[in-house]
Structure formats: structure tokens, C-alpha cells
Design a protein around this ligand. Structure first.
Ligand SMILES: [Zn+2]
Length: 281
């Protein structure tokens, strides 16, 4: 974040920008830049915003740009990611770059390409989620929130009375943020219901949830996730696996447990990984 002076935004006037760009610029003889007077003068200049309302073509270009971040704290091959996604997405003139560590930009030529890629989320790279955000023209890439990713989830064993948007919205909001329901799955009692949610990748996956429909008794409904990447079978979070989990206090005890004894497992996957859209370096 380009922030100075606590919460004050960094705003630079055209006149003072030359001072910031070249701190070694010759100073007038007899002028001490370290005096309090000059400091407050500089701070005032820094706070004065440059206001530009006519963004011209630059505004359109930025709306066709996606910013990506891999949801992991583990090191990965950034070059491999860029090369892989360039082959798959074919961004305009192959423009895909790493802006800073684990922050990537992908520039496209047409809004249809951007919409198509976003509609096919979640994307994965090396078994981790590649979180994508559309870069609105007035937003800094570093200020984007990459915690939320769209996922299709399935809800199992719902009674007929629970197969309505009000109930599904409540369940979706329990698991993340409800986005939409797949209408094709509403009428088939023998099938699970698909809903799309924004999943908070910083929180454990929900395995099930208890609901009360009408005057009925509390019941449990099971939840599974489509295209689930690697996740931790101990804490249920994305971005790392059991071996790297930081909530483990007794590693020996955990290692002595069978996979089926861990709090989370493959039963949360709605489909085998071979059907997932996995990009492996
Ligand atoms: Zn963990």
C-alpha cells in the first residue's frame, strides 16, 4: 500500500512530484530541507490531490484487465503460472505480467474474454486457487481483496420445502455469500442442489449445516464443493495442506491418525479432481 502519515492518502501535486521523484535534485543555496517549516510545506503539497476526470482510452483499457493472486503462502513458480495462463487465456499480445510478488496482471482485448474467464472460476494453478479480480479503472491493484472466490457448492438431502430460494440463500450465506442457484437442480428431489457462493478462503470450509424448515425438526444437510483445490484436512482452510498446518500443536499425534480420523477429508469434493480445471506447471 502506498500510504504515508497513517491513514492519509498519498496525493501528489504536479508541482511537488519532481521533489519526490528526484530527492537529490540541487537545492537553492541556504535552504535547509530538514527544517520544520519545509516539512509542513512538503506535507501540504503531498496531500493536495491531482484530480483527473477525463480518463480517455485508459479507462477502457483497465476494465479489460484482470488481476490475479494465488491463494497460498507457499512459494510457487510465477513464471510457470504466467506461461500457463497465457497459453490457456491468450491475453492480448501475450500481456501477462507479475506486478509484484504473487500479484499478476492479465490484459485482454475484448470484454467477452474477461467475462468468460470470470464465469469459469475457480481457476487453479499447481493445486491452489488462482483468485481473479476485475480491475476497475480507479482502483489500485494492491488494494484489491483476494479473500473471496466464486465456487459452486452442492447441498444434499434437502427436504422439498427447503428447495426454495429463501432457504438456499440462507444456506449459501452460512457458507459464504450467496450468489445464485442452478435452476436445473431445483426440481429433482433425487439430486443435490447447486448454488454459487463467494467463498471466504480465509475461513474453514463448512462441511454441513443444520436447518429448520417451517415447523419441522432441526436437520443436518451435507455440503460439497466443486473443483475444490488442495486444502488442509486439519483446519479445513485452502492455501495449505496438512503437512504445513500451523494450528497443529502435537505433530506426532496428528501423524499417527488415519486420514479418516481427521476433521476434514475428500468427502467435501463434489467431483473427482480429474474433472477439475487444474493447471499444473
Ligand atoms: Zn491447516
Amino acid at each position: 500500500m502506498m500510504r504515508r502519515n497513517g491513514d492519509l492518502p498519498l496525493m501528489v501535486s504536479p508541482a511537488s512530484s519532481c521533489l519526490l521523484q528526484d530527492q537529490r535534485a540541487p537545492r537553492p543555496v541556504g535552504v535547509n530541507m530538514a527544517t520544520e517549516g519545509n516539512k509542513s510545506y512538503l506535507a501540504e503539497e503531498e496531500e493536495e490531490p491531482i484530480v483527473i476526470t477525463d480518463l480517455g482510452e485508459g479507462d477502457n483499457r483497465s476494465s479489460l484487465c484482470l488481476i490475479g493472486k494465488v491463494a497460498t503462502h507457499k512459494p510457487f513458480n510465477a513464471f510457470g503460472l504466467l506461461e500457463t495462463m497465457k497459453k490457456v487465456w491468450k491475453p492480448t499480445h501475450g500481456i501477462a505480467k507479475e506486478i509484484e510478488s504473487n500479484l499478476f496482471s492479465f490484459q485482454f482485448k475484448h470484454w467477452r474474454d474477461v467475462d468468460k474467464i470470470l464465469s469459469m472460476e475457480p481457476w487453479q494453478y499447481d493445486k491452489n486457487i488462482l483468485v481473479l479480480k476485475r480491475l476497475d479503472s480507479g482502483v489500485q491493484p494492491s488494494s484489491l481483496n483476494f479473500d473471496f472466490v466464486p465456487f459452486w457448492i452442492r447441498i444434499y438431502d434437502l427436504p422439498i420445502a427447503g428447495r426454495q430460494t429463501t432457504v438456499l440463500r440462507a444456506i449459501g450465506n452460512r457458507c459464504g455469500q450467496f450468489l445464485e442457484v442452478d435452476p436445473k437442480t431445483l426440481d429433482r428431489v433425487d439430486r443435490s442442489i447447486r448454488i454459487k457462493i463467494l467463498l471466504d478462503t480465509t475461513k474453514p470450509l463448512k462441511r454441513r449445516t443444520k436447518i429448520v424448515v417451517g415447523n419441522g425438526q432441526p436437520i443436518w444437510v451435507q455440503i460439497k464443493y466443486e473443483r475444490l483445490p488442495s486444502f488442509c484436512y486439519i483446519c479445513g482452510c485452502l492455501g495449505h495442506i496438512k503437512r504445513d498446518c500451523e494450528v497443529v500443536e502435537d505433530r506426532e499425534e496428528i501423524n499417527s491418525l488415519a486420514e479418516s480420523e481427521l476433521p476434514f477429508g475428500d468427502e467435501l469434493r463434489a467431483s473427482p479432481m480429474k474433472h477439475a480445471r487444474v493447471m499444473v506447471e
